[in-house]
Design a protein around this ligand. Structure first.
Ligand SMILES: C[S@@+](CC[C@H](N)C(=O)[O-])C[C@H]1O[C@@H](n2cnc3c(N)ncnc32)[C@H](O)[C@@H]1O
Ligand code: SF4
Length: 453
């Protein structure tokens, strides 16, 4: 695909190629050279040579690397966008956190997004809307902490999903995992100074049997104060029961997710969700009767879905009137069953779907409040969370803007210590594999104590 002298960001260049190619064999050669101020990128594509020169005074090595990568990606985007005759709404902007980038660029963010990355006015307005919603919530001075608890188990695996979670029936160490997780939680108090939210996610935490769920909630209980936002990703309606909802309520959980993904039964079958659209509505109404703040996740661009299918999903959500809903764009992720079946997603169609969701959400009193992007997303689009005023999930904002420190427990959990005054984040990633996590829990606790010293 790409032969480059910059192996350190080969993957980023491949991401740009993936935006455009339909899996055909594209051959590109790339050479990047700079003297720390003038950046030269030479590309050879279909026998033709393209040269780009940019100038930038950088202040340190970190910035140097950032601009080397940025200019190379921009050059490649220009060549391919011209060749394929396609311009994406996000232009050449990649990266998970477009709002974080806007905060960093300060007052110049609109100009930078438009002139440097060719981001459309529509998406710039989305960013402006989100920054506006975040204003009263954003942890500007980095004075809060959040707690994340990872449950990497699900009832069964959905075909689009590449999260590390595995089907409960296939894991031999669930009890040992719960014990190790509670042990880590018991040993994490000293890392938290000013907790504002707890998020138990994964995976599908509610798929655990009640005994394990109670054990974990008991380990979290000592962290909670009056008003702590406490979310559990209940997730799939096929595991939500009155008994589980009562347990969540008894232990102070105040926000849960009941995720339809789509309201088409045909699609639910294709993506292996093992529940029906009707059961989502039934479990949503049940959860509502317990007084939880409720979020619903959906995905735009699911296999074989038309605009009408997606419209029906959004219209149903609007009728149900949850406090929050999150519209994801389908990503063909490595490691998912779907990635082996589909090579590429249709261009253009999904954009119409996400535009519909955006407009209808706003017309019905929801504000977009957080955004993130993932690699290999249909139409190179984004994921946006919408909320009724004052119902925003602060955890989602803290995590996406990386303003608060995050103490993360369990397999695949990544802790972050934020130093706002130094504009620095230090990270520690727990092992992804469940058994490795169990075996190394003492080592993990020690390393995390050092991180949050
Ligand atoms: C961490 S998952 C957990 C959700 C929960 N287990 C469930 O399935 O209801 C959070 C959300 O990510 C989204 N998601 C997962 N894989 C995706 C993919 N390949 N493309 C787009 N969205 C995806 C889904 O909407 C999902 O609800
Ligand atoms: S989407 Fe949710 S339930 Fe499905 S496999 Fe992924 S984490 Fe598990």
């Amino acid at each position: 695909m790409i032969d480059t002298n910059r192996l350190d960001y080969k993957k980023d260049l491949e991401e740009v190629i993936f935006m455009f190619s339909s899996g055909e064999d594209i051959s590109i050669t790339h050479i990047e050279e700079n003297d720390g101020k003038v950046f030269n990128d030479k590309f050879v594509f279909l026998g033709k040579e393209y040269n780009f020169t940019n100038e930038k005074n950088v202040k340190d090595l970190l910035e140097l690397k950032r601009y080397e990568k940025r200019f190379s990606k921009l050059g490649l985007y220009k060549i391919l966008s011209n060749y394929y005759g396609v311009n994406y709404e996000w232009g050449a902007l990649t990266g998970i956190r477009p709002t974080k980038m806007a905060y960093m660029a300060g007052d110049d963010f609109e100009k930078e997004l438009k002139d440097v990355f060719y981001v459309s006015d529509k998406k710039i307005n989305v960013i402006k809307d989100i920054l506006n919603t975040q204003k009263p919530i954003l942890d500007k001075d980095g004075k809060y902490d959040d707690l994340f608890v990872s449950i990497p188990f699900c009832p069964t695996k959905c075909t689009y999903c590449s999260f590390i979670s595995e089907a409960l029936s296939k894991c031999k160490y669930v009890k040992e995992y719960v014990d190790a997780l509670c042990y880590e939680l018991d040993n994490s108090f000293s890392s938290i100074k000013n907790l504002r939210s707890v998020y138990v996610g994964g995976g599908t935490p509610v798929s655990l049997k009640s005994e394990y769920l109670i054990k974990i909630l008991n380990a979290i209980k000592p962290y909670l104060k009056e008003g702590t936002e406490f979310t559990v990703e209940a997730g799939r309606p096929d595991v939500i029961t009155e008994e589980k909802l009562q347990i969540l309520k008894d232990y102070g959980v105040n926000r849960i997710c009941v995720n339809p993904q789509t309201f088409s039964n045909k699609t639910l079958e294709i993506i292996g969700r093992k529940h029906t659209a009707e059961s989502v509505i039934e479990k949503y109404n049940l959860a509502k009767s317990y007084g939880f703040t409720i979020n619903m996740d959906v995905i735009a661009g699911l296999p074989e879905e038309t605009f009408e299918d997606f419209k029906n999903t959004i219209d149903t959500i609007i009728k149900l009137n949850p406090d929050n809903f999150t519209v994801h764009t389908l990503c063909l992720k490595k490691g998912s069953e779907l990635k082996n079946k589909i090579k590429r997603l249709a261009v253009g169609e999904v954009s119409k779907m996400t535009d519909y969701a955006y407009n209808i959400a706003k017309e019905n009193g929801y504000n977009p409040y957080y955004i993130y992007r993932q690699k290999y997303a249909a139409d190179n689009l984004e994921n946006i969370g919408y909320s009724k005023p004052n119902k925003e999930c602060v955890y989602n904002i803290d995590v996406m803007e990386e303003t608060s420190s995050n103490v993360a427990c369990g397999a695949n959990a990544v802790s972050k210590r934020v130093y706002p005054e130094k504009n620095l984040i230090e990270r520690y990633g727990n092992p992804k594999d469940v058994l490795t996590y169990i075996n190394k829990v003492n080592e993990i606790i020690k390393a995390k104590k050092e991180l949050f010293l």
